[in-house]
Design a protein around this ligand. Structure first.
Ligand SMILES: [Fe+2]
Ligand SMILES: [Fe+2]
Length: 214
């Protein structure tokens, strides 16, 4: 009976994570957004606003993928020593998700309609990598975080000059992602060979190109 209950609890918890990631405004940040009241934007044209929203939509979907990746990994990986740390990282990803969501709302724009699709794909990848083994799964987290870090640097340059509030969010995210990558590597994550990294780059290209508009 107890075993049955805990399995039900677990199922509810998993389902809750899916909903929090996919339903707009459902994610609750544990830290306040770095775009505090004293961070002010300069005026932006309509075209600049749309461009900023496109970039922030990409970052939001990236965080949806991060939730799915950590969730998939959590289900299949053993992670005897670092499970707690990985859960902490996943909590920081919820902050990122909520901050990007808030910022999109400030920009009078919306999250991507493709999020369920990318959630499912990332969940599958996380679960498969976790089942293959912890070294692969942690290596995947590290490689993903490094790639996200490069995207963030790129977006910090490409955002409209007036958009200081998005910048404040992305700067803190970049600090957190670098920390997540380092944690995963220190926990024994494998360094991936170039062809795998190339495949990941290709997938991220598909995501960023489609989500910028959709
Ligand atoms: Fe993140
Ligand atoms: Fe991260």
């Amino acid at each position: 009976m107890n075993r049955h209950l805990s399995r039900t609890d677990n199922l509810i918890h998993q389902f809750d994570t899916v909903l929090r990631s996919l339903v707009p405004h459902a994610a609750q940040a544990s830290r306040p957004s770095p775009a505090t009241a004293d961070v002010q934007d300069a005026p932006m044209s309509e075209e600049e606003r749309r461009h900023a929203a496109g970039l922030m939509r990409i970052n939001h979907t990236g965080e949806v993928c991060a939730q799915a990746l950590y969730q998939g990994q959590g289900l299949t990986a053993k992670l005897p020593e670092v499970r707690g740390q990985m859960e902490e990282a996943a909590q920081e990803e919820i902050d990122h998700l909520a901050w990007c969501d808030e910022r999109l709302e400030e920009l009078h724009d919306r999250t991507s309609v493709l999020n369920p699709l990318f959630y499912a794909a990332s969940f599958g990848i996380g679960a498969v990598a976790g089942a293959v083994g912890d070294r692969v799964s942690l290596g995947f987290v590290a490689a993903t975080e490094e790639q996200v870090g490069r995207h963030l640097e790129d977006h910090l340059v490409r955002l409209p000059p007036g958009d200081q509030r998005s910048r404040a969010v992305l700067r803190q995210m970049a600090i957190d992602e670098a920390h997540h990558a380092q944690l995963a590597l220190e926990a024994g994550g494998a360094r991936f060979p170039v062809p795998v990294k190339f495949g990941m780059k290709l997938m991220s290209k598909v995501m960023t190109t489609s989500v910028y508009r959709l």
